[in-house]
Design a protein around this ligand. Structure first.
Ligand code: MTE
Length: 316
């Protein structure tokens, strides 16, 4: 695979105090709202605003969780790799072009719906989550089913806390998640009409409340860039990356196992569980090793992506 490394993104602004973080975030949101407003009046302005503001993401105050401080023997990927090479089919299949095509996507304001087997369905704005749940940073291995991998410092909070907040009833056995459907802004949804948009994924509820499952709002110490799934995505690091759905708009608690996007599209290649397993090859390639993009060499793939101790009990 040929990897072109784009210009570095923004530098993490870790030195700011919490109060400054708060004001920086407010300013960022106001500027974003202004840019969107201006865009409706004059698309040229929006383009310019997006170009000017793309490299700046509001910093987040998120202490690193000492349990996920680092990944032994592997460096954290430079942000230019994590933000420059993405899988986000809503925009394009070309990994290195996602950031450019997603730059003008409006990921704020962002409404999210909670429905299905919960005591009371409700809606919220994604920024309510930033006020409600203390944020933490976790350095996780990130392993795509296509056999490339990086190590990323995500910012978010345990999915378990979110599930508790939703108050599922005893009938809830699965958590289904759905991405956005906005073909006007997402060229992949317009051009690849054979896919069953919007993207949808799901976890068993016991997987969702496992300590590793993270709802992510940021990376590298600031809000998520669009190409990495702004404003809200899942990270389930013991599974292949396609389970970690980006830009979530719906959480639905279900009794029956929900269908999932890639399993519907190519059932013989992508199963529901999608746990990283070096012993089970993909029908078209081996999963025994992976291309570590930062090290730029192949390394052995670990069962459950190195998180066996924390999740293997779920599958016995
Ligand atoms: N979520 C949506 N909505 N659309 C996608 O195309 N791709 C998945 C996953 N989540 C995808 C998605 C795949 S295949 C991977 S490997 C990861 O996102 C990539 O996340 P990253 O681009 O932040 O590395």
């Amino acid at each position: 695979m040929l990897i072109r490394i784009p210009k570095p993104w923004t530098l993490p602004e870790r030195s700011v105090t919490p109060e400054q973080v708060y004001h920086a975030r407010r300013r960022f949101l106001q500027q974003a709202a202004l840019a969107v407003g201006a865009g409706w009046a004059a698309p040229g302005l929006l383009l310019r605003a997006a170009r000017q503001s793309a490299p700046t993401y509001a910093p987040l105050n998120a202490p690193r969780n000492p349990r996920f401080e680092k990944v032994e023997g592997r460096p954290i990927a430079p942000e230019s790799i994590a933000a420059g090479i993405s899988n986000f089919y809503e925009f394009t299949m070309e990994k290195e072009r996602v950031h450019e095509l997603a730059a003008r996507f409006r990921s704020r304001p962002w409404q999210v719906e909670v429905k299905g087997h919960v005591e009371k369905p409700f809606r919220f704005d994604v920024d309510d989550l930033l006020r409600r749940f203390p944020l933490e940073e976790r350095v996780y291995r990130h392993r795509c089913v296509e056999a490339w991998s990086i190590v990323v410092p995500w910012v978010g909070f345990p999915l378990r806390q979110f599930v508790e907040w939703c108050r599922p009833t005893a009938r809830a056995k699965y958590l289904r998640m759905v991405s956005f459907y906005r073909p006007q802004e997402a060229p992949g949804q317009r051009e690849m009409r054979w896919y069953p948009w919007p993207y949808y994924e799901a976890l068993r509820l016991d997987e969702a409340v496992n300590e590793l499952a993270l709802l992510v709002v940021g990376s590298y110490g600031h809000l998520l860039p669009n190409q990495n799934g702004a404003p809200l995505r899942l990270i389930a690091p013991w599974k292949y990356g396609f389970k970690s759905i980006k830009s979530i708009t719906v959480f639905e608690f279900t009794e029956k196992r929900p269908r999932t996007f890639w399993n519907d599209v190519v059932p013989q290649e992508y199963d529901f569980a999608a746990n990283v397993n070096p012993r089970v090859p993909h029908p078209r390639w081996s999963q025994a090793t992976e291309h570590e993009l930062t090290l730029d060499r192949r390394i052995p793939t670990l069962p459950y992506n190195g998180y066996e101790e924390m999740v293997a009990h779920l599958y016995r």
